[in-house]
Ligand binder design. Structure first.
Ligand code: KG4
Ligand code: ZN
Length: 336
């Protein structure tokens, strides 16, 4: 089953061609236009998606040696995300599907992040605990199966990636600065900089990062070393994420742990996740760094999963972009 998947929910334009769950070709273009503005400018993001998307599609089809007529299903992220950005990929995908007389599937971006782990050789054993940690979301889920993904709790304010980005920007590391702060932290000493751990109770499956960000700002204004602050910030965030995730693993009797979202590219988070899961005999599913951040392969795999359950599945062409997700379960994975 050849699937052409598109992801345009924020500032990455991504296209993937899949055969079922296997990637044939994929491209991601990370928009650089936002860095000089210190944050994503929605209108510029939409314009950039419009300019880049057709080029990426051309490249992916060429790399895969196929034409539009060979695509059996078109899939695109429907939300959550920036409405203008989402509409570019969604409208393109719906229009091409309609013109080609092929089905279209609208996909939930948060579910897609978890579905990067779907259909692989190593299978997820349920129940599983999932950590979704990105620039826009920080949530814990209980997964009873691929169809039953239940929200345990989310951040009450900033997402972890957002806190990384804001702290990086504050300390002159540019935007988006999560990866730069991660790098700076490698040469710092966390013990030189004491930061609070908000909502630290591991049994509480919720997070709060805005106070931590403010504490980092106060320390920065007192003149602390940038690398030390970065190291302390990274350590604090990673400890909060892992302690709550591991508590939930124990509580639900998890056999597997799924991690997904841009912050799972963080080197310390990856190291501690591996160590903790090994100690507790938990099967860890961690994307490679390029599939931690936004990509279209995850959208294609979510579509492949829907089609495996129902080969006739398709979203209505009335499937619209949605900016927010406020459900308690990540089902359905497809367009509501
Ligand atoms: O999943 P993603 O690409 O987009 C959203 O769905 O939000 O995540 C992007 C986020 C940004 O906040 C970025 O700074 C963060 O992931 N990020 C990192 C690292 N690499 C990317 N945060 C910490 N350490 C990293 N190495
Ligand atoms: Zn994302």
């Amino acid at each position: 089953m050849r699937i052409l998947a598109v992801e345009t929910s924020c500032d990455d334009t991504a296209v993937a061609l899949l055969d079922g769950c296997s990637a044939i070709a994929e491209r991601v273009y990370s928009q650089e236009v936002h860095s000089k503005h210190g944050g994503v400018v929605p209108e510029l993001a939409s314009r950039s998606h419009m300019k880049i998307l057709p080029e990426l599609v051309r490249e992916v089809l060429l790399a895969g040696g196929v034409g539009y007529g060979d695509i059996e299903v078109f899939a695109a992220t429907a939300g959550p995300g920036l409405t203008g950005s989402l509409l570019v990929g969604l409208a393109w995908s719906k229009a091409v599907a309609w013109a080609a007389g092929k089905p279209f599937l609208g996909i939930n971006h948060l579910a897609a992040h978890l579905y990067i782990h779907y259909g692989q050789k190593r299978r997820v054993i349920f129940p599983a605990a999932a950590l979704l940690v990105s620039g826009g979301h920080t949530s814990l889920f209980r997964m009873n199966s691929w169809q039953e993904i239940l929200l345990l709790g989310s951040t009450r304010d900033d997402a972890a990636g957002e806190a990384f980005d804001k702290t990086a920007k504050l300390t002159g590391l540019g935007y988006p600065g999560g990866a730069a702060l991660d790098l700076a932290a490698d040469s710092g000493r966390a013990e030189n900089c004491s930061l609070p751990s908000p909502m630290a109770d591991p049994s509480l499956p919720e997070f709060s990062f805005s106070g931590l960000k403010t504490a980092a700002k106060l320390l920065w204004e007192k003149g602390v070393d940038r690398s030390d602050l970065a190291a302390s910030f990274r350590e604090t965030v990673v400890h909060l994420l892992i302690s709550k995730l591991m508590y939930q693993c124990g509580k639900i009797g998890a056999k597997s742990v799924l991690a997904a979202g841009g912050v799972t590219a963080n080197s310390l988070l990856r190291k501690v996740l591996r160590e903790e899961c090994a100690t507790r005999n938990l099967e860890l599913f961690l994307p490679d760094k390029e599939h931690s951040t936004d990509n279209a392969l995850m959208v294609g795999r979510a579509a492949a999963a829907i089609l495996e359950r129902n080969p006739q599945a398709s979203s209505p062409l009335s499937c619209n972009a949605f900016a927010r997700w406020s459900g308690t379960s990540l089902s359905p994975v497809g367009c509501p």
